[in-house]
Design a protein around this ligand. Sequence first.
Ligand SMILES: Nc1ncnc2c1ncn2[C@@H]1O[C@H](COP(=O)(O)OP(=O)(O)OP(=O)(O)O)[C@@H](O)[C@H]1O
Ligand SMILES: [Mg+2]
Length: 247
Amino acid sequence: MKEPIISVRNLVSKYGEETILEDISVDIFPQEITVILGGSGCGKTTLIKNILKLCEPHSGSVKIFGKEVTNMDEAEFNRILEKIGMVFQNGALLNSINIFENISIPLEQHTDLPEELMGKIIRVKLNLVNLGKAEYLLPAELSGGMKKRAALARAIALDPVILICDEPSAGLDPLTSAALDDLILKLKTLLKMTILIVSHELASIHRIADKIIFIDKRKVLFSGTLKEAKSSTVPELATFFRVGKFE
Ligand SMILES: Nc1ncnc2c1ncn2[C@@H]1O[C@H](COP(=O)(O)OP(=O)(O)OP(=O)(O)O)[C@@H](O)[C@H]1O
Ligand SMILES: [Mg+2]
């Protein structure tokens, strides 16, 4: 069996006195698409924040590329972050600069590439997400689907080994959402990325997921393949696969 690329053990996460995640253990395997599933407020974004050290875990272990990161110093962790692309739940493009400039940010922060080469890389990524003609537009001039794709282009600017997307297709129409799924599948097959996605969209999950992690009542109630998830007897998960939402 392959070694996990991200491995979380007995993670406890709290905001103040409130426990959000209790004893979470999950493995993310290389070159697979893992979907984190669970009702609103169950702690999906919190789990991602703990993995990325945007939240300090209360206790437990997070290993990335085999290395414990919870007590790692900032400089060493930054080298790990360079290999991780992130699309945040609320897009987070900078509104005052155009799309080309937005995508140049990680390249300027993490590389010393000459401007011309940087420009070429940015255009390759924009073409990959079908935004080749939008480089001079401001975020406000893009549709919802275009914004998501621009955020994705920025997340993959540095050719990350791991891509983490928090609800990339939320609020998109079915066609735009399907196009985004195709793109995510392309990143997996062509660029061999390991992809961790939070999603509630049943159709999308059927198209892209290799593995499912289901979080409820602060715990992981299921983790396994998509096929196993579809025949799971965990009641909340069975309901989700039947009706496409949590009741
Ligand atoms: N910075 C914070 N301070 C205090 N409580 C927070 C903070 N961020 C999230 N929470 C709480 O933690 C719980 C989990 O939030 P989280 O954002 O991880 O949920 P989620 O599963 O991502 O939900 P959604 O599907 O709506 O995005 C919620 O009850 C939320 O109110
Ligand atoms: Mg969330």
